[in-house]
Design a protein around this ligand. Structure first.
Ligand SMILES: *Cc1c(COP(=O)(O)O)cnc(C)c1O
Length: 396
């Protein structure tokens, strides 16, 4: 055990396992550990570092805003905050009827969405439907929304009124009625193993929620900010939801989350109903503006689609019998494995100088920065091939 691992173990809360690597710094799509080893970072802090590490636009935005003012509380307005709300109105397609609430994480964005759903109580409705195996965060409300009983069991009772349904069109047809206040879904179930929704699922959910007066809330925390090859995952389906939640990639590394409402849902919250001390502070919102501005300027949404297709082609061309399926959209890729060896493959990849992760035993998740080019795609292919080889020879 390295000395830092001992210190980690002796000082950090036992809520996470002691990591194997202590990182020191990064540049672009690469990171270095404290021993000087270099890794290609194809996890990007779990789909957070949209511009990679130490991007000049990110560095300049943080430094400039920190030198101006970082935090003011929500008793005051700031230009970066209003600008980010306007930018999200535009990018989400919510337009002038849209509104943004800012918090500091995905879980907080979903807590705000949970409260939004409770405000949609016409006819006394309070039920919220989410999907089995879905992930919406770790705070108590977000945990109640998440369809992962194992994550919840030690913390019961969690807030009630949430039912988890199978991700099928039949389950939607059977479950949405006048008792439902909201349906919340991820366009791609990230933590569940980068699993795609069935064809037509979001369109059917939109149709049924509209018919029955329920809100359709899309959790875009992992899929937003251009990662799937659209600004937001729901935009692949040509629907308009009542709200989306975003976090992770929109800040490029600063903690930020947001609930963005569309149309009539924008009128549910009244002054005093919700808030956060840090939420939408100038430091976080100025940085998110800069990050989203750079994604737009550099055409990184298109790059996500193009590089996603290129990576899929490369992985297929490796012809490994261990790889059975490729899931996800754009630069959110799930590699389905024939055997439950995902953690071993993650470690073999680390040994080959590649960071990826395993949301479950039979899936590898690949979520690189949106800035990757040919060099990174080549470096990935070579390293991933070595990791697959190491595992295949180890097994047979
Ligand atoms: C990561 C994630 C969350 C939780 O976000 P935090 O910032 O960790 O609280 C919620 N929903 C989805 C889909 C996520 O991927």
């Amino acid at each position: 055990m390295a000395a830092w691992q001992r210190r980690f173990h002796d000082a950090m809360m036992g809520s996470v396992a002691t990591p194997l690597i202590m990182l020191d710094h990064g540049e672009g799509s690469w990171v270095w550990d404290v021993d000087g080893n270099r890794y290609l970072d194809f996890l990007a802090g779990i789909a957070v570092n949209s511009l990679g590490h130490a991007h000049p636009v990110f560095v300049e935005a943080v430094a400039a805003q920190a030198a101006r003012m970082a935090h003011i509380s929500n008793y005051f307005a700031s230009e970066p905050q209003v600008q980010l709300a306007e930018r999200l109105q535009r990018l989400s397609g919510a337009g002038e009827q849209g509104r943004a609430y800012f918090g500091n994480s995905g879980a907080e964005a979903n807590e705000a969405a949970f409260k939004l759903a409770r405000l949609n109580r016409h006819g006394g409705r309070t039920r919220i439907l989410t999907l089995t195996d879905s992930f919406h965060g770790r705070t108590m409300g977000a945990l109640a929304l998440s369809g992962k009983p194992a994550m919840r069991q030690d913390f019961e009772p969690v807030p009630g009124g949430v039912a988890h349904i199978a991700p099928t069109l039949e389950a939607l047809d059977q479950s949405i009625d006048a008792s439902v206040a909201a349906v919340m879904v991820e366009p791609v179930l990230g933590e569940a193993g980068v699993r795609d929704l069935p064809d037509g699922f979001l369109r059917r959910a939109r149709q049924l929620t509209a018919e029955h007066g329920a809100l359709l809330i899309i959790d875009e925390i992992q899929t937003g900010a251009g990662r799937t090859g659209r600004w937001f995952g729901f935009q692949h389906e040509g629907i308009q939801p009542d709200a989306i939640t975003v976090a992770k990639g929109i800040g490029g590394g600063v903690p930020i989350g947001s609930l963005v409402t569309f149309g009539a849902a924008s009128r549910l919250f009244a002054p005093g109903m919700h808030g956060s001390t840090f939420g939408g502070n100038p430091l976080a919102t100025a940085t998110a503006n800069a990050v989203l501005g750079e994604i737009e300027r550099a055409g990184l949404v298109e790059n996500a689609e193009r590089r996603g297709a290129q990576l899929r082609e490369r992985i297929r061309s490796l012809g490994s019998p261990l790889v059975t399926e490729l899931r996800g959209l754009g630069l959110l890729i799930g590699v389905g494995l024939a055997r439950p060896v995902a953690s071993r493959l993650v470690r073999a990849a680390q040994d080959a100088g590649l960071i990826i992760n395993a949301p479950n035993a039979q899936t590898i998740r690949i979520a690189p920065p949106l800035i990757i080019g040919d060099d990174e795609v080549d470096a990935f292919t070579e390293r991933f091939a070595r990791a697959l080889d190491a595992i295949s020879t180890g097994i047979s």
